[in-house]
Design a protein around this ligand. Sequence first.
Ligand code: HEM
Length: 125
Amino acid sequence: MNPSLSIYDNLGGEKVIRRLVETFYPKVQADPLLGPLFPEDIDPVMEKQYMFLSQFFGGPSLYSDTFGHPMMRARHLPFPVTRERAEAWLACMTEALEEIGVEDALRDFVIARLSGPAFHFVNTP
Ligand code: HEM
């Protein structure tokens, strides 16, 4: 991990973010707590997540350029996000990072950066 580069560049840019998203969502769909919240056609969700994570990790602002201000907590309000679901989401992301071969230090850094938003989106006891 090179601390003077963005997460986006540390991961390896567009191709790796795509591979991460494509590895992550099958895990989300298979998770008993998360799967039922998501539509059967996961492709549009994957595309939005690819756009969002690209910018969240310091790459091009693909999501905002298309959808405006992310307002991610607000966009999650229609869904019952519990603490357990935030933990499950982060566990799926940890597994996906490991599966695509991201080194431990970078993986831990990415998960730390995503943990803030994940627990911030909790809206249901
Ligand atoms: C905390 C646990 C989380 C749960 C249970 C959750 C669940 C969901 C659900 C159900 C959707 C809607 C799917 C649809 O379009 O029908 C969604 C959309 C989305 N989520 Fe999450 N999410 C979580 C955390 C996160 C985190 C941590 C991020 C990124 C930091 C994130 C980014 C997104 C994005 C970018 C979308 C698409 C928003 C849009 O419609 O434009 N989510 N999430």
